[in-house]
Design a protein. Structure first.
Lengths: 311, 290
């Protein structure tokens, strides 16, 4: 927790706590010039481009507009809530997170459990699963169009099988298409994180469990699942964050005006920006950061509790 | 379980995994293989896509993985006859490289401070960095726009590059790597007041090289793909990076779009294949709590 150079370790007097504090303060003083040197570039930019702007967002969300600057309380939030497109976007974003995160979690955990064993081609398969992460979405738009447009290949198959074609991108199915793109893109990342988490579980635990006659399901419930708790926490947080950022993929696959079912908060905010509706945009930004902040906090707490329960 | 059963289980697992891996690979394979078709062949296969809902039912695009004749004509067309493509490619380079370089330098320095120096409020400040990393770009859109306006950067790459340099992801990842360096290594070289500087240059920096490589890769992945910043901050079409331009090329010039897509993904894929271990290590590091 404290710097690495705890020089006066030797002299441990009875008042350990007091000494400890003095030592930390000495360390602060000694490290101060270096902290300034190392941290200053980052901190300056961080304040200018993230912290001050965030303060400004909160401020803009309670005034009528940046020019007049009259305080209007929560009326921007009320206007925002009354807007039908905001509520649609909010519901869609939450729905997408609610479906995509568990789906992605299950897919990548399943893959990592399969890929954990010693299999031939293990390494090349890992490469193949990771590839979508680095392949720019813009470069495979044509593929999604080829598959999912009205005259696309999937509808061709449907017709050949005597089924009715589906208007994928212009119906609620667009939601499912975006789920597929999301899982395709992000499974590799989570797979790597899960594999690392799995390799941290000592194999002796499995050996002793199997000697006790535990089957694979019991071994998973009692060893793998608890052993993966911290990893799972991280994966869930990162997946939620990614799901709120799915705009990039949606924009590239479905364009600026997608089907209603994939009109997310990010679309809404971009549109508010384009129409210069700063009050609604900033109010939405504040609400979104509260949602993300609360989610992360709740997950943090849950993870800590589960860790304490284990000990 | 008998040996035979175990073997057939493994075979089934393997078959299933290969199937999924091929499905994941499919978009890339289709794009690459179709990039070797002639424009005429692409036209024949894909013109149906423009028909929309009104096109006759029963006529659908077929997926073709093998060109009738293998030709490099699409590539020739893109590289020689479409200066726009190279212009947008160059735009992407101009946006991406400064951000990666800046993130690597700023992130390495700050990562060291967060992992190995003592200052008041350190962990709390790091948590704030973490939170901003999780927020979508749109959250600070308005003030960033106004800041860019004040600094006179609007409609220029500065509006995108400057905030990009300070993205907290770089600091976060480098802090994770720096924290994994044992304190004893640094202790060993610390001699006097200049200790931290020497420890950083001679110990931390060399040991953090894989971390820097991972950051460069992950940042490249992110920024080569950027969409939101350019569509919101750059109004002129000719300034857009390739990521945005390609989304429009698909309709107007499908005949060369596959080759353009391949050229666009090539730098990314080559760097990935070259540095996969670093990328994997970077992802693992991002998942470690510390």
């Amino acid at each position: 927790m404290h710097g690495y150079d705890e020089g006066h370790e030797g002299e441990c007097k009875p008042w350990k706590g007091g000494n400890h504090l003095i030592r930390i303060r000495q360390q602060y003083r000694r490290d101060a010039p270096f902290t300034l040197l190392f941290l200053a570039p980052s901190l300056a930019g961080f304040l200018l481009f993230f912290i001050v702007p965030f303060g400004a967002v909160v401020y803009y969300s309670v005034i009528d507009n940046p020019v007049n600057g009259n305080f209007v309380g929560l009326s921007n939030y009320e206007a925002l809530w009354d807007s039908g497109s905001f509520r649609k976007a909010l519901v869609n974003s939450l729905l997408f997170a609610g479906v995509s995160v568990p789906l992605l979690f299950a897919v990548s955990l399943g893959l990592s459990l399969l890929l954990r064993a010693k299999l031939p081609f293990r390494q090349s398969m890992r490469t193949m699963f990771l590839l979508p992460l680095v392949v720019p979405v813009a470069s495979v738009i044509l593929v999604w169009q080829t598959l999912f447009q009205w005259n696309g290949a999937i509808n061709g198959l449907f017709l050949a099988w005597g089924m009715n074609p589906v208007d994928w991108m212009n119906s609620n199915w667009a939601f499912a298409v975006m789920l597929a793109v999301f899982v395709w893109k992000n499974a590799g990342y989570n797979l790597i994180v899960f594999l690392a988490g799995l390799s941290n579980i000592p194999t002796e635990q499995y050996e002793s469990a199997s000697m006790d006659g535990a089957g694979p399901i019991r071994a998973f419930m009692h060893i793998t699942w608890p052993g993966l708790a911290p990893t799972s926490f991280f994966v869930v947080v990162m997946s939620i964050v990614q799901s709120f950022k799915v705009f990039r993929e949606t924009y590239l696959v479905a364009g600026a005006y997608p089907n209603d079912s994939i009109y997310t908060l990010q679309h809404f905010m971009n549109n508010m920006f384009a129409s210069l509706d700063y009050p609604k945009l900033t109010a939405a930004a504040v609400l979104l950061s509260i949602v993300i902040g609360v989610t992360v906090y709740v997950l943090f707490r849950a993870e800590r509790r589960s860790r304490e329960a284990l000990q | 379980m008998t040996d035979a059963m175990r073997k057939s289980m493994t075979a089934m697992k393997l078959a299933f995994l290969i199937l999924i891996a091929l499905a994941m690979l499919f978009p890339v394979v289709l794009t690459v293989s179709n990039s070797f078709m002639s424009e005429e062949e692409i036209g024949r296969h894909y013109d149906l896509l423009d028909g929309g809902d009104t096109a006759a039912a029963g006529k659908n695009v077929m997926i073709r993985l093998i060109p009738e004749t293998v030709t490099l004509s699409q590539f020739g067309e893109v590289l020689l006859k479409r200066p726009k493509f190279l212009l947008h490619f160059w735009n992407s380079v101009k946006l991406t490289l400064p951000i990666i370089a800046g993130q690597a330098i700023i992130g390495t320095l700050a990562g060291f401070a967060f992992a190995k120096l003592a200052f008041p409020g350190r962990d709390r400040l790091f948590f704030v960095y973490l939170l901003t990393m999780l927020m979508p770009f749109q959250v600070t859109l308005v003030p960033n726009y106004l800041v860019a306006d004040k600094l006179g950067f609007l409609n220029s790459y500065g509006a995108i590059i400057l905030p990009g340099l300070f993205a907290s992801f770089g600091v976060f990842l480098m802090r994770q790597f720096m924290a994994s360096i044992p304190d004893a290594y640094l202790e060993a070289i610390r001699i006097d007041g200049a200790g931290h500087l020497r420890a950083f240059i001679h110990i931390a920096l060399p040991l953090a090289k894989p971390g820097i490589a991972a950051l460069v890769l992950l940042s490249f992945v992110d920024n080569w793909n950027m969409v939101e910043q350019p569509i919101l901050f750059l109004s002129e079409p000719f300034r857009q990076p390739l990521s945005v331009y390609l989304a429009t090329i698909a309709e107007g010039a499908r005949g060369v779009a596959f080759a353009a897509s391949v050229l666009y993904m090539t730098p990314m894929v080559l760097i990935f294949l070259y540095g996969e271990e670093h990328l994997v290590e970077g992802i693992q590091m991002s998942g470690i709590k510390g």
